[in-house]
Design a protein. Structure first.
Length: 289
């Protein structure tokens, strides 16, 4: 009797390379004509901020509660956007450094801080990949946060830099499944433009990268709501046609037929919304245990 063939050992993939390839494919899927996510433009940042102030209230409260922040702590907020976390967190901590590349986002964050009399937020207008933690920052920080901002290609390098900038705990918040806006892109891209949509890397891949760097985070799942609010159906349709580069009458018909069943009216506004799940991954620096 011939012996059974030996099975190859199970070898984990290089999760950082998996992340890179998924991020490259995701970037290639983006509609080039879509400028709604150009955060250098103040009007885009203001639109994002106006939506975020209401729809993310629950998420912001849950996120801040999970940090264990105190008045003596210094915080680094990576990909701070218009201050979605930094503004409500500022009164609870000693100081915050907000790293954010978008000029429009920085402008909105600073306007919020000035309006609310907040003087303990310092802004660094850079990508995290381009940030020098020795030259650009004043670390180490008691808390390092990257909330829904993990778009770096070399995520391992980005995570190690976060860990190096920290003296206490690092907190990552990232998608478990496709968020609502990504599901819309996945549904519409092929009918509109004849090419497949590639979602970005998710929390399973991020967890694999962390483990392969020797970091074993605690993980909690949270719900992520998303709402788009408009003054009229015409405004809504115009926004989504621009978002998905629907230029021809046929493309606009496809968008309208897709979006219409998702629409509801509330308090005089036209609302399109959906939920997804994201993960909170966090760990303490070994030296601080």
């Amino acid at each position: 009797m011939n012996p059974a063939p030996a099975q190859a050992p199970c070898v984990d993939p290089d999760w950082n390379e998996v992340w890179k390839q998924q991020q490259i494919l995701h970037d290639s899927s983006k509609v080039q004509e879509d400028r709604t996510h150009d955060w250098s433009k103040k009007e885009n940042a203001e639109r994002y901020d106006a939506n975020a102030r209401n729809e993310y209230d629950e998420r912001v409260r849950a996120t801040i509660a999970a940090l264990g922040a105190t008045k003596e702590m210094r915080v680094l907020d990576i990909g701070a956007g218009p201050g979605t976390l930094a503004i409500p967190l500022a009164p609870l901590v000693k100081e915050i450094t907000a790293v954010e590349p978008g000029a429009g986002m920085i402008s909105v964050l600073k306007a919020h801080a000035e309006r609310e009399g907040i003087g303990n937020i310092a802004c660094v207008q850079k990508l995290w990949e381009d940030t020098d933690i020795a030259r650009d920052l004043d670390g180490p920080y008691d808390i390092v946060i990257a909330s829904l901002s993990l778009t770096m290609h070399d995520i391992r390098e980005a995570l190690l830099k976060m860990d190096a900038a920290c003296s206490g705990s690092v907190h990552l918040f990232w998608f478990v499944d496709m968020p609502f806006w990504e599901r819309m892109s996945a549904d519409l891209q092929e009918p509109l433009h004849g090419r497949k949509y590639h979602p970005g890397p998710k929390a399973d891949c991020l967890f694999g990268v962390l483990c392969q760097t020797g970091i074993y985070p605690d993980v909690t799942m949270m719900t992520l709501p998303k709402e788009y609010r408009f003054g009229s159906r015409e405004e809504m349709l115009g926004f989504f046609c621009k978002r998905f580069a629907a230029k021809t009458p046929e493309q606009q018909r496809i968008v309208q037929e897709y979006i219409t069943p998702l629409v509801r009216e509330r308090d005089g506004e036209v609302v399109v919304s959906g939920d997804s799940v994201f993960a909170h991954m966090w760990w303490k620096k070994k030296s601080s245990e």
